[in-house]
Design a protein. Structure first.
Length: 364
């Protein structure tokens, strides 16, 4: 009997067990379909419970590893962010000078009521903030270019900006030429390429200013969002939040004798508005230079256009021989004439193509 039982157990392979279960289930389904349906629900429930149990067990296994990685990556990001926002001694000097000028402006404006003196101090404040923003941005860029990924992204970004700036300058030059001469820009190929090349750095600077303003807006959100949440968190963790904030900003534990509103603690407020002051100061200087040199620059550009593409009349009988013109087709020329104010006017005139000998003005 024991030998038969031993042989029977030895014959119970997984394949034989599956076949036996399948035959049993078919027999139950034939005898009682309701019982078969109940068995199906029970089997599905057991399988689902097993999947849930295995999933939860795996989550408990990998959660400590993921938690450790998140904490490590998070603190590494905090360290990198702290290095990115580190203030150099030169930048800190200009920020501290700005902090000294601000109360002086209030004293001059509110107590002495000296508006002209306040304007001078505001101009000085704009200059110091602009210098601080310049050195601050220079430090951030210097930190970024040390990263391999930043070098690749930076090259692609600035190359893309350069290409876009060139095509914008090219389109602007073509449109300006047509408005000024009423002639298609295809007749001035050399001048168009030269002017677009010269104007590309100006468009490039506008793009850089736009990127700076974008960085300022992102920093505003990055600073204002925690500041808006901090009052709510302070009600639950009044002391811990301040200590964590100090640790995130400095990388050190908050000393027991630390008092708020230290000069270095106020610098982050100036860092928000310093790039804005830099952009405004740059725009003010650029507009001032543009207003003073606009007439001279336009006259120089038009003179260069005339020297490059216009020539003295040699084949138009209906025009004076010393007229500057550019032939557009067989019957039309573009004529440039000087005005009494020292400017130039452009016009289109008919001029059939003839030889020099047919022009009576050149005959003796």
């Amino acid at each position: 009997m024991m030998n038969r039982l031993r042989l029977f157990l030895a014959s119970l392979t997984p394949q034989n067990i599956n076949i036996a279960l399948a035959v049993t289930f078919i027999a139950i389904a034939i005898i009682s379909p309701k019982m078969a349906a109940i068995l199906i629900y029970i089997i599905m429930g057991l399988a689902l419970l097993k999947i849930i149990y295995s999933t939860i067990k795996r989550i408990f296994v990998i959660f400590p590893l993921v938690r450790k990685k998140i904490i490590t990556r998070g603190w590494r990001m905090v360290v990198h962010t702290r290095k990115f926002y580190a203030i150099s001694p030169t930048t800190e000097l200009f920020f501290l000078l700005s902090l000294l000028i601000i109360p002086v402006i209030f004293v001059v404006l509110l107590i002495w009521q000296n508006l002209s003196g306040a304007n001078v101090l505001i101009a000085i404040l704009a200059i110091t903030l602009s210098c601080a923003a310049f050195f601050d941005i220079k430090g951030k860029v210097s930190w970024l270019i040390k990263k391999a990924w930043a070098r690749v992204i930076g090259k692609l970004l600035f190359a893309g900006i350069g290409s876009v700036a060139f095509f914008i300058a090219l389109a602007g030059i073509k449109q300006s030429l047509y408005q000024m001469t009423q002639v298609d820009a295809k007749h001035f190929p050399e001048f168009v390429n030269l002017a677009a090349t010269l104007y590309t750095p100006i468009i490039y600077c506008y793009f850089i200013g736009f990127l700076l303003m974008t960085m300022v807006v992102i920093e505003w959100f990055a600073i204002m969002l925690p500041m808006s949440i901090s009052p709510l968190l302070s009600s639950f963790y009044p002391g811990k939040l301040a200590r964590v904030s100090y640790r995130l900003r400095t990388g050190k534990k908050e000393p027991s004798d630390h008092t708020p509103f230290q000069p270095r603690d106020l610098l982050f407020l100036l860092r928000i508005f310093a790039p804005l002051a830099l952009v405004i100061t740059f725009s003010y200087i650029a507009n001032g230079l543009s207003a003073t040199t606009d007439g001279w620059l336009n006259k120089t550009i038009i003179s260069a256009l005339i020297e490059m593409h216009y020539h003295d009349n040699a084949d138009c009988q209906n025009l004076p021989w010393n007229t500057k013109l550019l032939r557009l087709d067989k019957d039309t020329v573009s004529v440039v004439q000087s005005t009494e104010t020292g400017g130039f006017t452009f016009s289109k005139q008919r001029c059939p193509l003839t030889s020099v000998m047919d022009n009576p003005q050149h005959n003796p």
